[in-house]
Design a protein around this ligand. Structure first.
Ligand code: SF4
Length: 379
């Protein structure tokens, strides 16, 4: 039996662009015909690739974007219908879809359910309308509540809510209010990502350079990070990855595929893949994508050293850490023999620890994760 496979499906449309976002997405405005064409092309890409993965079992599907809930719900049903027809999708597969308040209604939710979506990931970002406005989000917190309740009424039993930390003018009190308000609603999973000021976005013009003074400083940021974990724990949401919290058994299967370096196939404009240690990206050029033919770019075969580094880089993001035995199984090598010096130094500084066969970051290590991880890079 070959390794399992996960599928990522990219829907590059949103109602309009948020002020901080640098994802590849277009506002859907007058693009109905383009969207119909894109979905048709995407379905062809899904079908054409199926023959390469006949012996793989699809264990998770993630429909992301963009805002997948902005396009007609029937398109989502058609996409999933094609996947189920052409691929061996496990009966237990996690099928997630991203959705934004302001783009959902009962009818759409029922179509998603019927099509097999069993996990909804809703972008809330904040419970404060002033913060939502500043971010350029299309919805209010009230809109989020309506959409969350509707999803529950339509039978969604596995919901993630996205929140953001480090927003302009934010402080511990405001973030705590967002965390508690959302956690009280009882989602199975919450992701809390730090705002990143990306070049080329309106936020970069506003908060890059001198404007950065309006963002929480490093010390406040770390305090907010620790507070997030302890507040969410009160609601039974355990941190299992640097930015992700879940009730037991609700850790996101699809994202675990990335962190565990398992195989994933990305389909759609600009979608990234890594299968059998070969990585590539689909073109980000819409007309090239629509034409078909060779759309895969940046193909790269990962060397054994790159694979090992990625295993450490991604695995240490998980709170349980990297399995020493699993590392040995994959690479026929001992973690301590390969990185003994670095591990010993990091342990001495109290940044890494070991337990139950896993090497992991300590609380202090999580604060400087990038620096600790860098030490695992091999030339
Ligand atoms: S909804 Fe998401 S993908 Fe779309 S512009 Fe906003 S942040 Fe970007």
């Amino acid at each position: 039996m070959k390794k399992p496979l996960s599928l990522y499906i990219h829907i590059p449309y949103c109602v309009r662009k948020c002020a901080y976002c640098d994802f590849l997405s277009f506002s859907c405005g007058e693009r109905e015909a383009e969207i119909a064409g894109y979905v048709g092309r995407l379905i062809r890409e899904i079908a054409e690739n199926a023959c390469k993965y006949v012996d793989r079992e699809v264990i998770s599907i993630f429909i992301g974007g963009g805002t997948p809930s902005v396009i007609k719900a029937d398109y989502i049903a058609d996409i999933l219908g094609c996947i189920k027809e052409k691929y061996r999708v496990s009966d237990e597969a996690e099928i997630s879809m991203e959705a934004n308040p302001g783009t959902l209604d009962r009818e759409k939710l029922m179509i998603y359910r019927k099509a097999g979506v069993n996990r909804l990931s809703i972008g809330c970002q904040s419970v404060h309308d002033d913060e939502l406005k500043c971010l350029g989000r299309i919805h209010s917190f009230e809109d989020f509540i309506r959409c969350y309740d509707m999803a529950r009424e339509c039978g969604f039993e596995n919901i993630n809510v996205d929140l953001m930390a480090g927003l302009p003018g934010s402080d511990e009190k405001k973030l705590e209010k967002s965390l508690r308000t959302v956690a009280e609603m009882g989602p199975e999973h919450i992701s809390v990502y730090d705002l990143i000021i990306e070049e080329g976005t309106p936020f970069h013009a506003r908060y890059g350079g001198k404007g950065a003074a309006q963002l929480p400083d490093e010390e406040t940021d770390r305090k907010m990070y620790h507070m997030t974990a302890s507040v969410l724990k009160e609601y039974g949401l355990e941190r299992y990855e640097i930015s992700n919290y879940a009730k037991p058994g609700y850790e996101c299967r699809h994202n675990l595929v990335y962190w565990n370096r398992e195989d994933y196939l990305g389909l759609g404009l600009n979608a990234a893949s890594c299968v059998d240690n070969v990585r590539w990206k689909n073109t980000s050029d819409m007309s090239k994508y629509m034409k078909g033919g060779e759309i895969r770019e940046e193909r790269e075969e990962l060397s054994i050293n790159e694979q090992k580094f990625e295993t450490m880089m991604l695995g240490l993001r998980l709170i349980r850490g990297v399995s020493i035995q699993e590392y040995r199984n994959r690479y026929g090598a001992d973690l301590y023999e390969e990185y003994g010096e670095h591990i010993a130094k990091m342990k001495e500084y109290g940044l890494l620890t070991e337990g139950a066969g896993f090497l992991r970051l300590t609380e202090a290590g999580l604060d400087v994760a990038d620096a600790v991880i860098e030490g695992f890079a091999v030339d």
